[in-house]
Design a protein around this ligand. Structure first.
Ligand code: NDP
Length: 286
């Protein structure tokens, strides 16, 4: 039997349309949601991401302010711009596209963004809030996975009480993913490069989330029959084609549901960023 596909493109479009309607209602009250997007340097992949984020803002009806700074921008100059954006009443969210050029300390930059405008959810205050169950911004990719689970398969995926295995423990995907799945009452295991018998650990999962960054490492030997498999990985295979961490063809034969790459988790990240911008504007009103 072949797995049901969880369509991230369709679900992200649904979320963006919901935001568009809510944004129109805010606009009637005279509130225009504004995201400041900062890009340093000319990394082609970052340019594409920034362009897509600006397009999503346009579609939903947000104002996007664009700061495209040269590669040799100093850390001091960037921090000064962030300070200025932190202080601007009309700016709801600030996004600094990562990675930054090597001479700029990313941690310093993340720490400098006001937690109230940190729509990427990377600031330690927001990470801490997630950890203790307080209101804050959640990292967009793991937040998107939760929406895929809740809205995919016609809302029939149960998370509560299920065994969830997350492969990967990065600060932006694996760790917040684990906290979100705990919040949803799953029983959570976090696996990583030092995990012994990874296949056996993964096979316990009712919900398996792969965030490794290695093409095809999760083969069918890692998957329990009928499991829900979420593939966060974005890699290129030997032919240069975009692919995930999951060996899609063989795993989709035994999984109950699966996200494709592309068209799974990827589109959700921008949708959740847009959701965080909306939340930032609404929280400011409160
Ligand atoms: P990182 O490189 O920061 O983390 C990778 C994690 O995988 C680490 O915890 C590492 O373990 C673990 N790992 C590496 N190799 C193995 C292995 N052989 N077995 C088990 N665990 C392993 O990556 P990110 O979390 O930033 O990203 C993961 C993937 O998700 C990438 O492909 C990235 O491109 C993609 N991504 C996709 C997004 C989207 O929008 N769809 C957004 C963000 C990321 P250890 O900690 O021990 O080193």
């Amino acid at each position: 039997m072949s797995a049901q596909i969880i369509d991230g493109k369709a679900i992200s479009a649904q979320i963006k349309d919901e935001l568009k309607a809510k944004t129109a209602a805010l606009l009637e009250k005279g509130v225009k949601v504004t995201l400041a997007v900062v890009l340093v340097g000319e990394d082609p992949a970052s340019q594409v991401y920034v362009r897509n984020k600006k397009r999503a803002c346009e579609y939903i009806g947000y104002n996007s302010l664009s700061y495209e700074l040269p590669e040799d921008t100093s850390e001091e100059e960037l921090l000064k711009l962030i300070d200025e954006l932190n202080g601007r009443e009309d700016v709801d969210g600030i996004l600094v596209q990562m990675p930054l050029p090597k001479h700029i300390n990313e941690k310093k930059v993340i720490d400098a963004i006001s937690p109230d405008k940190d729509v990427d959810g990377f600031h330690p205050m927001n990470v801490g809030a997630l950890c203790i169950g307080e209101e804050g911004f959640v990292s967009c990719t793991p937040a998107g996975v939760i929406q895929l689970l809740k809205r995919g398969c016609d809302g029939k995926i149960d998370i509560a009480g299920k065994e969830c295995v997350i492969v990967g423990r990065s600060n932006i995907v694996g760790k917040p993913m684990a906290l979100l799945m705990l919040r949803e009452n799953a029983t959570v295991t976090v696996a990583h490069s030092k995990t012994k018998d990874l296949a056996e650990v993964c096979k316990r999962a009712d919900i398996l989330i792969a965030a490794v960054g290695k093409a095809g490492v999760i083969t069918k030997d890692y998957v329990k029959e009928g499991a829900v498999v979420i593939d966060v990985g974005i890699n290129r295979n030997a032919d240069g084609k975009l692919c995930g961490d999951v060996a899609y063809d063989e795993v989709s034969e035994i999984a109950g549901a699966i996200t494709p790459v592309p068209g799974g988790v990827g589109p959700m990240t921008i949708a959740m960023l847009m959701n965080n911008c909306y939340e930032a504007a609404v929280r400011k009103l409160k």
